[in-house]
Write a protein that binds this ligand. Structure first.
Ligand code: AMP
Ligand code: ZN
Length: 466
C-alpha cells in the first residue's frame, strides 16, 4: 500500500503525493524563542524529524523550512524586563533550541528562518491583502477581516457563521475557541521594539510570518504543513486565510498535526508549569537517546503521557535492543546452513515499512521490530540462527535505525578532541562555501551537542568549549 497520511484538512487518511513527484515542500512551525523548549514541544519536533526521515526513506527529496519566531508578546515582555534587545534576548534560546534538537538527533531542516529577517516581505503581503480588501485599520493597527474570506474555518472544521463581526484580537496568545479578526500589523507601544512602515511604526502579528516565509521559500502551494495540534486553530487557519487571499491557490495540500505530550491528563505547557526541559532531564541523568525513543514510540496522533516509569522502561528496552545488536554483530553463528530466518526477517522489514507507510505509525513499526528481536534471540539461543541470517538482520536494524536513530551510543559530551573539532569546523566552512547549508547546520548541531560553541567572526570561525 502506498504512503499515506491523515490530513486535518479533509479529516481522512489520503495517499501521499507531491506536486513534482519527487521533492517535498514542507513547512513546519518552529519554536518561539522566549524560553527553553520543553519536551512537549520536542515531541512535535521529533515527530517532524521522523516524518522527514520516512519521506527520505521513501525516496523523496526534502525541502523543509522551519521558522524561528523571534518577535512576539512574551519575547518582547521578557526582553524589556531584562533591558535587552530582541536579538540579544532570543539568541540565547535559539542556540539552546539548536543544542536540544542536536542532542535529540533531530535532522536540521533545509532552512531555518527568523521572523525578524522577513519584515519587508511581511509588509508586502499585508499591502497585497489590503489591496484585496481583506484588511481594516483600527487604532493604528491593521487587522484581517475574516468575514471577507468565505472558507474561513475549513481546516479546523469550525462553523463560523455565528461569529461576532468586527471582534478583534491583537495578542499573540489566542483564545482557541473564538474566531476573531486577527492582527497583521500591531501599532507600536511605548518602549517596544518597532519597525517603520507604510502602516505606521509597529511590528508584525504572529500568523503573517509563517504565510510569508513558507511561500517565499517553498512557493504558493506546499506539499506538507505540520505543527502541534494546538496550532490548528487559529494559527494555521489564519495562515490559510492570509495565503489563499493573496494567491487564490491552495496553501498546503497536506496538514499534519501532532498530538500533545501530557502530564497527568493535562497538556505539558509552560503556563501550567508541568513541564520538563531536555536539560532538566539530562541533568537528572537521563540520556537524550532514551528521551528520543520515548517521544518517538507512540503514534504521533495519540496523546502520550509522560512519566518517569515510561522513561525507565524505554531505557531498559533500549538496552535490550543494543544488546541484541551487539549479539548480532559479534555473535558466532553456525556456518554453512541455510538462512533459517530469511522469511521471518523479510516479514519484519515489510511490517516495519507497512506501519510507517500507514500515517507514520511508529508504534506499529516498533512492534514489528520487537517481535523480530524476540524471535531472533530465541533462534540464537536454540542455535538455529545461522551465519547467513546475520546480514539480512543487520539490514533490518539499519532500516530501523535510519528512522529511530537510537542504536548508536551517545557521543559523550565534550568528548570531541581538538583535532576532530578543527576538522568539523573546516568541513563546515567548505560546506558553507559550497552553499550546502544543511550540512553546515548539521555540523553546527554536532558540535553543539558535543559542547562546542562556534563564533563566526570577520577573521573566520572560532570555537570554544562550554
Ligand atoms: P511554541 O514554541 O509554543 O510555538 O510551540 C512549539 C511547538 O510545540 C508547536 O508546534 C506546538 O504545537 C508544540 N507543543 C506545545 N506544547 C506541546 C505538548 N505538550 N506536546 C506536543 N507538542 C506541543
Ligand atoms: Zn506557524
Amino acid at each position: 500500500m502506498a504512503l499515506r497520511f491523515y490530513n486535518t484538512l479533509t479529516q481522512s487518511v489520503e495517499d501521499f503525493s507531491t506536486q513534482d513527484g519527487k521533492s517535498v515542500r514542507m513547512y513546519t512551525c518552529g519554536p518561539t524563542v522566549y524560553h527553553y523548549v520543553h519536551i512537549g514541544n520536542l515531541r512535535t519536533f521529533t515527530f517532524q524529524d521522523l516524518l522527514r526521515r520516512w519521506l527520505h526513506y521513501r525516496g523523496y527529496v526534502l525541502n523543509h523550512v522551519m521558522n524561528i519566531t523571534d518577535v512576539e508578546d512574551k519575547i518582547i515582555r521578557s526582553a524589556m524586563q531584562q533591558g535587552k534587545s530582541l536579538r540579544e534576548y532570543t539568541a540565547v534560546y535559539e542556540e539552546a533550541f539548536l543544542e536540544d534538537t542536536g542532542r535529540l538527533r533531530l535532522q536540521s531542516p533545509e532552512r531555518l528562518v527568523r521572523a525578524t529577517e522577513h519584515i519587508p516581505e511581511m509588509l508586502d503581503a499585508i499591502a497585497r491583502l489590503k489591496e484585496g480588501g481583506y484588511t481594516y485599520d483600527s487604532e493604528g493597527s491593521v487587522y484581517y477581516r475574516i468575514a471577507r474570506f468565505p472558507n474561513y474555518g475549513k481546516l479546523a472544521h469550525l462553523d463560523v457563521s455565528g461569529m461576532k463581526s468586527g471582534a478583534r484580537v491583537d495578542v499573540d496568545e489566542y483564545d482557541k475557541d473564538d474566531a476573531r479578526d486577527f492582527v497583521l500589523w500591531k501599532s507600536r507601544k511605548e518602549g517596544e521594539p518597532y519597525w517603520d512602515s507604510e502602516f505606521g511604526a509597529g511590528r508584525p502579528g504572529w500568523h503573517i510570518e509563517c504565510s510569508v516565509m513558507a511561500m517565499k521559500y517553498l512557493g504558493e502551494t506546499l506539499d506538507i504543513h505540520a505543527g502541534g495540534i494546538d496550532l490548528t486553530f487559529p494559527h494555521h487557519e489564519n495562515e490559510i486565510a492570509q495565503s489563499e487571499a493573496i494567491t487564490h491557490k491552495t496553501f498546503a495540500r497536506f496538514w499534519l498535526h501532532a498530538e500533545h505530550l501530557m502530564v497527568e491528563g493535562q497538556k505539558m505547557s509552560k503556563s501550567l508549569g508541568n513541564f520538563y526541559t531536555l536539560r532538566d532531564l539530562v541533568e537528572q541523568g537521563w540520556q537524550p537517546d532514551v528521551i528520543r525513543y520515548l517521544l518517538a514510540s507512540a503514534h504521533y496522533r495519540t496523546k502520550l503521557n509522560f512519566t518517569f516509569d515510561g522513561l525507565r522502561s524505554h531505557a531498559s528496552a533500549l538496552e535490550r535492543l543494543r544488546n541484541f545488536k551487539l549479539r548480532l554483530d559479534t555473535g558466532k553463528f553456525p556456518e554453512g546452513g541455510e538462512a533459517t530466518m530469511a522469511a521471518r526477517t523479510a516479514a519484519a522489514l515489510a511490517g516495519f515499512e507497512a506501519a510507517l507507510d500507514d500515517d507514520l505509525n511508529t508504534a506499529g513499526a516498533l512492534a514489528a521490530v520487537y517481535e523480530f528481536v524476540r524471535d531472533a534471540n530465541s533462534a540464537m539461543d536454540a542455535g538455529s540462527f545461522t551465519a547467513s541470517d546475520r546480514a539480512p538482520a543487520q539490514n533490518l536494524l539499519a532500516a530501523f535505525d535510519s528512522i529511530f536513530d537510537i542504536l548508536r551510543p551517545v557521543e559523550r559530551e565534550g568528548g570531541l578532541s581538538d583535532t576532530a573539532i578543527d576538522e568539523l569546523v573546516n568541513e563546515r566552512i567548505a560546506a558553507k562555501k559550497a552553499r550546502n547549508f544543511s550540512r553546515s547546520d548539521e555540523i553546527r548541531h554536532l558540535l553543539l551537542a558535543g559542547g562546542v560553541i562556534l563564533e563566526d567572526t570577520r577573521e573566520g570561525t572560532r570555537w570554544k568549549r562550554k
